[in-house]
Ligand binder design. Structure first.
Ligand SMILES: [Zn+2]
Length: 477
C-alpha cells in the first residue's frame, strides 16, 4: 500500500530536505523499514541496533498514536493513502537545553515567532557552531550567532588585531589593536551574551587537526580568505557529514552558499580546482569595501540559524552572488558533481590532503629553467643606491596606490598594463620589480620572463618593506 510518512523538520536533513517520503508497505513496521532502507542516515536516528524503532520516537497513524493501537508495530496495518507522522521526543541533531527566566526575556522576540518558538530557542542553545576566521565575515557572523543564543561558538583564528582590520572587522575596537583576535573576540562576545560558551581555537587550521576539531561541532561556517583553508574546510566537512556555510568577499562582490554533501553539492563540485595563484587576489591586495563583509557575513549567520532551526529553504545547491556596486543579486544553481573528488561516486579524497601544494600547483612557480626568483632586499637596494649605483626600478602597483606611497625613482608600470606596454622596456636591461609586498611583482616577473626578459630581480617585501625598514616617515597601508 502506498503510504506517506511525514518527516519532522529536524529530521528532514536526513532525507534530502523532504517534508514527506512515500513508501509502499502493509504495516507500520514495514513502512518504517522501507524508510530506513531509503535513508540510512535516518535509520541511525530512529532505530536501535536491533532494528527496533527507538523508544523516544512516537509514530502517529492519522490522529492515533501507534503505540495505542497495538502492542507491536507489525500488528498495525496500513491502508492506501494513510499518513504516518514521526514525532521525535528530542528535536533534531542539536540537543535542547533549558532556558532560564532571564534567557526567556532576552530571546522574547524569537520566542514569539512561530518559526522559532521556545523549542527552536532551546535548539539554538544546544547547537555548536564553528566559525573559521574571526575577521571581516567572522565579525557579523559571530556577533549575530552570539546574540541569537547559539550555545557553543567555536572560533578559529591565530591573528592579532591590526589597525587595517578595524575598517570592517566590527568585532574589534581601536583599543584592541595589537591584541590576539581571539582574546578580544571572546571578551566582546561574552559581553554581548554571557549565557553562551565561546571556545577560542588559536591555531592554524591544518590537515592534521581539522577533523578532530570539526568533530565537536554541528555546523562549520567558513569565513576564511585563502584557498588552501577553503578546500580543507570543505573536505573535512564532507568527510564528517557536516554542513559548511560558505561565504566569500572581494571588493564589492560577495558569494554565499550552503555546502552540505549529504543532500547537495560541495565546494569542490562547484570549484574542482583552485584558480591559479594570483588570479584571485586577497582582500589585503585587492581591497574590500568595509560594509560588504557586514552584509555577506550576516547572510552567513542567517543560513546557520536556519539550519539549526530546520526552518526555511537553506541555500543548498544554490550560489548567491551579490554585487554591492550595482545592488544586484544573482542566484545560480549548483549541481552535485558525480565525479567530485571528495563527495562524488568514487571519491579519491578520503582524508584531508596537502592543501598548500594543491592550491599552488600553478602561478608563482619559477618559469622554465629558473630554480628560484632572484631577489634583492630593501637594505641592499638602499645601500647600493646611496653608493651611487643606478637601478631600473619598476613599480607594478596600480596608479592609485602610487599616490599613497612610492619609492623615489621607481617608474610606474602597473601589472594590469604590463602586457601591452612591454615594448616600452628593453629586454637587455636589468629591471628591479616591486609591488606593495610580493605577489604582483612575482606575477610581473613571470610575465616578463616568458616575454624574454632575462635580467630581472624582485624587491623582497616591496614598498611596504621600504616604508617599514628604510624610510619610516613613509605611510604604510
Ligand atoms: Zn563535491
Amino acid at each position: 500500500m502506498p503510504v506517506s510518512i511525514l518527516i519532522p523538520t529536524p529530521l528532514r536533513r536526513y532525507v534530502g530536505g523532504a517534508k514527506s517520503v512515500q513508501v509502499t508497505a502493509q504495516t507500520v513496521e514495514g513502512a518504517m523499514a522501507a524508510l530506513a532502507r531509503e535513508s540510512p542516515d535516518l535509520r541511525q536516528q530512529l532505530f536501535d541496533g536491533a532494528g527496533k524503532v527507538r523508544g523516544f520516537v512516537n509514530l502517529y497513524l492519522g490522529d492515533s498514536n501507534v503505540r495505542d493501537l497495538a502492542p507491536t508495530l507489525d500488528a498495525v496495518a496500513v491502508k492506501d493513502g494513510d499518513v504516518l507522522t514521526i514525532v521525535p521526543a528530542i528535536a533534531g541533531g542539536a540537543p535542547e537545553a533549558a532556558l532560564s527566566r532571564d534567557e526567556i526575556l532576552r530571546y522574547s522576540r524569537h520566542l514569539i515567532m512561530p518559526e522559532v518558538t521556545l523549542e527552536g530557542q532551546k535548539r539554538l542553545k544546544g547547537a555548536k557552531v564553528l566559525c573559521i576566521g574571526a575577521g571581516g565575515l567572522g565579525s557579523p557572523l559571530t556577533l549575530y550567532l552570539a546574540a541569537a543564543g547559539v550555545g557553543r561558538l567555536g572560533l578559529v583564528d591565530f591573528d592579532t588585531v591590526d589597525l587595517t582590520n578595524i575598517q570592517r572587522q566590527i568585532l574589534y575596537s581601536t583599543s584592541d589593536v595589537g591584541r590576539p583576535k581571539l582574546e578580544a573576540a571572546k571578551e566582546r562576545l561574552t559581553q554581548l551574551n554571557p549565557d553562551i560558551e565561546i571556545v577560542p581555537h588559536g591555531l592554524h587550521l591544518a590537515s592534521w587537526n581539522a577533523m578532530d576539531l570539526f568533530q565537536g561541532y554541528d555546523i562549520v561556517a567558513d569565513g576564511t580568505d585563502n584557498f588552501p583553508t577553503r578546500y580543507l574546510v570543505n573536505d573535512a566537512c564532507v568527510l564528517l557529514g557536516k554542513p559548511n556555510v560558505y561565504a566569500s568577499i572581494f571588493r564589492f562582490e560577495g558569494q554565499v552558499s550552503v555546502f552540505d554533501a549529504k543532500r547537495g553539492p560541495c565546494y569542490r563540485c562547484l570549484f574542482p580546482e583552485p584558480p591559479p595563484a594570483g588570479l584571485a587576489p586577497s582582500c589585503a591586495e585587492g581591497g574590500v569595501l568595509g560594509v560588504l563583509p557586514g552584509i555577506v557575513g550576516s547572510f552567513q549567520a542567517l543560513e546557520v540559524l536556519k539550519l539549526i532551526l530546520g526552518t526555511g529553504e537553506p541555500l543548498v545547491g544554490r550560489l548567491v552572488m551579490f554585487d554591492a556596486l550595482d545592488f544586484k543579486f544573482r542566484e545560480l544553481p549548483v549541481r552535485k558533481n558525480p565525479g567530485c573528488a571528495v563527495c562524488g561516486r568514487a571519491p579519491t579524497i578520503t582524508a584531508p590532503v596537502d592543501y598548500e601544494a594543491f592550491c599552488q600547483v600553478r602561478g608563482l612557480e619559477p618559469a622554465a629553467g629558473d630554480k628560484t626568483v632572484p631577489t634583492i632586499t630593501v637594505e641592499d637596494l638602499h645601500g647600493r643606491l646611496q653608493a651611487g649605483e643606478s637601478f631600473n626600478l619598476l613599480d607594478v602597483r596600480e596608479p592609485h596606490e602610487y599616490q599613497i606611497v612610492r619609492i623615489p625613482g621607481a617608474a610606474q608600470f602597473p601589472l594590469s598594463q604590463l602586457p601591452v606596454r612591454l615594448h616600452e622596456l628593453d629586454s637587455a636591461r636589468t629591471y628591479t620589480l616591486h609591488c606593495h609586498r610580493d605577489t604582483r611583482s612575482l606575477q610581473a616577473y613571470q610575465l616578463m620572463r616568458r616575454a624574454g626578459f632575462g635580467r630581472l630581480q624582485v624587491l623582497a617585501g616591496g614598498v611596504d618593506a621600504w616604508a617599514e625598514r628604510i624610510d619610516r616617515s613613509l605611510p604604510r597601508y
